[in-house]
Design a protein around this ligand. Structure first.
Ligand code: GLA
Length: 415
């Protein structure tokens, strides 16, 4: 054998061993090219809980198609828990016929006709969190059923899973989806309990990083054995996770609570920070009846563009001063997003002296020296507010509000 061939065979063998030993369970076959930017859509749970039926889902799809959200990039209409009926004699899962009298296939057709996609919910255990039939033991059969209905997105929960190993359970459903043959996003929802960021990339497109969110800015709701979390608490739990996210595989800090009872400022701070995190933007409010303010937040194109930036780099906390955190997110074309978040319970006079700051992103190795580079900035919540990094930013940030800017390169300092 010529020496070159021998060397390249040897390299091939070594790299094959390396790939196999580094691939959890050697399964790396999920549908590729799905969710290359964080998924955008709506989910029924945060506002409606178990009160789901086909009327609600149709009206929500209609609203999304017409109110500007579809144009802004929202695509998935996702039914959470409680759509289920019983399994039939052959084990096939059925819909709750009272809530969904036309059946799931007809509903998917309805949603697809509006240029949108339909999502559904199941659970890796014996029952869902609301006690409906789970997919344990029926994974391949259920995935086939969902595919035959025209489902595009599966949120897969983790209740009633005693004795199961999370990675294996999600791997089974990932395989089942691929075998069913219809491209479907797999949204892994085991609340971050088993460090999914370490193993879920080959299996699904997003994984929850925390327990459930609820519509409160800075709170913990203790249910006894578990807690629901406010926006700030969830934000704090994202530390150290950014290196795991990227196109096709996202950290999911949970669905949004915009429009579910927080103040306008809290809602837009929540939305802005989810965009800084490159989080899935899954609205969780009543799209049929929302205020103009809520819609203006959910459909702010400039903030959405930060979330949807093609590089898919999750932002990072750069500094904290007097309860105001400053976050940076590298964007395409040398641009950056910056968010200054006032966590205080009171308004704050805030000054940011760009030229005293040196920003380095350890992950991407991108950095900014404001003494040699100039940027123009644009306030993404107030188009009339612009400036350059030659001057300080000096402003009042209201309690639980955010100042969110986009920085665009504007040349070098002339000495
Ligand atoms: C869990 C999930 C929630 C929701 C409910 C439904 O708590 O984390 O997002 O899906 O179950 O029962």
């Amino acid at each position: 054998m010529p020496i070159f061939t021998r060397i390249s065979r040897c390299a091939w063998l070594i790299s094959s061993i390396f790939i196999i030993s580094n691939t959890p369970g050697a399964w790396a076959d999920k549908f590729e090219q799905l969710a290359m930017t964080p998924p955008m859509g709506w989910n029924s749970w945060n506002h409606f809980g178990c009160n789901v039926d086909e009327k609600l889902i149709k009206a929500t799809a209609d609203a999304m198609a017409k109110n500007g959200m579809k144009a802004a990039g929202y695509e998935y209409v996702n039914i959470d828990d409680c759509w289920h009926g019983e399994r039939d004699a052959n084990g096939n899962i059925q819909v709750d016929a009272e809530r969904f009298p036309s059946g799931m296939k007809a509903l998917a057709d309805y949603v697809h006709k509006r240029g949108l996609k339909l999502g559904i919910y199941s659970d890796a255990g014996w029952t869902t969190c609301a006690g409906k039939p789970g997919s344990r033991g029926y994974e391949f059969q259920d995935a086939k059923t969902y595919a035959s209905w025209g489902i595009d997105y599966l949120k897969y929960d983790w209740c009633a899973t005693d004795g199961l190993k999370a990675e294996g359970a999600y791997q089974t459903m990932s395989k089942a989806i691929v075998e069913a043959g219809r491209p479907m996003i797999l949204s892994i929802c085991e609340w971050g309990d088993n460090d999914p960021w370490k193993w879920a990339e080959p299996l699904g497109q997003l994984w929850r990083t925390t327990g459930d969110i609820y519509a409160c800015f800075d709170c913990e709701y203790d249910h006894g054995t578990w807690s629901s979390w406010g926006v700030i608490q969830i934000l704090d739990m994202q530390d150290e996770l950014r290196k795991y996210a990227g196109p096709g595989h996202w950290n999911d800090p949970d669905m949004m609570e915009v429009g579910n009872g927080m103040t306008f400022e809290e809602d837009r701070a929540h939305f802005s920070m989810w965009a800084m995190l490159a989080a899935p933007l899954i609205a969780g409010n009543d799209l049929r009846n929302m205020s103009k303010e809520t819609l203006s937040i959910l459909s702010n194109d400039d903030v959405i563009a930060v979330d949807q930036d093609a590089l898919g780099i999750q932002g990072f906390k750069y500094s904290e001063k007097d309860g105001v955190e400053t976050w940076f997110k590298p964007l395409e074309n040398g641009e950056w997003a910056v968010a200054m978040l006032n966590r205080n319970n009171h308004d704050v006079k805030f000054k940011f002296a760009w030229r005293h700051e040196k920003v380095t992103d350890d992950l991407t190795k991108r950095s900014i020296d404001f003494n040699t580079e100039i940027f123009n900035w644009q306030d993404l919540w107030d188009n009339n507010n612009t400036g350059t990094t030659k001057e300080f930013v000096k402003t009042t940030i209201k309690r639980h509000d955010v100042l969110m800017l986009k920085l665009t390169p504007a040349g070098e300092w002339k000495r």
